[in-house]
Write a protein that binds this ligand. Sequence first.
Ligand code: URP
Ligand code: ZN
Ligand code: ZN
Length: 459
Amino acid sequence: MSLLIKNGEIVTVDSRYTADLFCEGETITRIGPRLDAPPGAEVIDAAGQYVFPGFIDPHVHIYLPFMGTFSKDTYETGSRAALVGGTTTLIEMCCPSRADDALASFELWLAQAAGKSACDFSFHMGVTKFDAKTEGQLLEIVKRGISSFKIFLAYKGAFGIDDTELYRALKLAKELGVIVTAHCENETLVAELQKELLAAGRTDPGQHHESRPPRVEAEGVHHLMTFAELTGAATYIVHLSCREALDEALAARRRGVRVAVETLIQYLVLDKTYAERPNFEGAKYVMSPPLRDKRNQEMLWNGLRDGLVQTVATDHAPFDFAKQKPMGKDDFTKIPNGIPSLEERINLLYTHGVKAGRIDLHTFVNVASTQVAKIFGLFPRKGTIQPGADADLVVFDPNYRGTISAKTQHMNVDYSAFEGWPIEGRPSVVTVRGEVAVRDGKFVGKMGRGQLLKREAIY
Ligand code: URP
Ligand code: ZN
Ligand code: ZN
């Protein structure tokens, strides 16, 4: 099986040139001018289009038991949506409840994906308790190629861990050389503010961000940074949304704390006024940390451009508007948190980032692919275009014009947070390890072809 992509403009973090690209089996083997296709090779003409390395979403929820319900996607629907949107690898959060064992949970999450996913995948292993058994089980999970943990400083009573557990998890991570990804919000402050708002009769979705102001997130980051400094563990702050939180991360980085920062496409293009929409419409926009004041957007775009913020993810967490979001109709604290966007990340980042002149093409590739691969031990197999790398490629048509709608999306959820938004450009062809999975923007891939990516502990 071989594939020749001709005449495309190849864009990586540090190069941009027109060339042909030849893939044999699952791997890129040659890049150069006027390459010949051997008999039987599939040939794709990418003239007038970009060729990017496959994009990687480092923060996705597919299987997520959460707030009394389950997120809507399966690996069949989620991986199809990812690929149509140009994401060829996703890293899912494995989120056991505090009652569950880590190893059994890892196997449960893996079973949702193995033999079902059309794109490649890995997991961040949620450490939602740290008891006598946890250490040995985490060791086994890391041996199986899962080289990152996930911890929650929020969600009291569900996924949240206490400070002793946090300290032990970070010490173990340091010992094993794995990176710890963290949801940073002070859960006590959230719980108290929620109680006060509800007692004052403030129950609508627009109260969600009042219960989780920027300082609550900044305090979470500060807290994590203190523990990271004292243990020496490498850390990664997920879904950072505001200036106050970034300032804490940067202050820690200046002291030598090892910390990378992820923001989300939602924070770059949506603001808190969406969650304030009347008639419960705002529930579509409830996630944590919440959408922020618009002034944070410019700061986040600049952070990406200047390398202060490393990655753009989605924190894809799909809950239906008709049946699941209304669990919080009379109490905003019960609205399942999440804004689905796995399918839209790349198109929105290109339209609002590159086309709008906020970031250049190299930064676009860097924050949505290369940096993710580097931080999570996938580089250079993933995240770049070079001989020897996996042939995960996105042929991207910059002249395409379209409109986002729930009616045409592949994500298994009944609304789009971006309904009616125009997009400029989209992936026309997407390959996963040398096989075409998307053609003319349509999914043509194989369910079950996606592989679990084993990642080295590199810290
Ligand atoms: O609102 C969010 N972020 N939902 C998913 C769970 C999490 O916090 O990552
Ligand atoms: Zn989170
Ligand atoms: Zn998440």
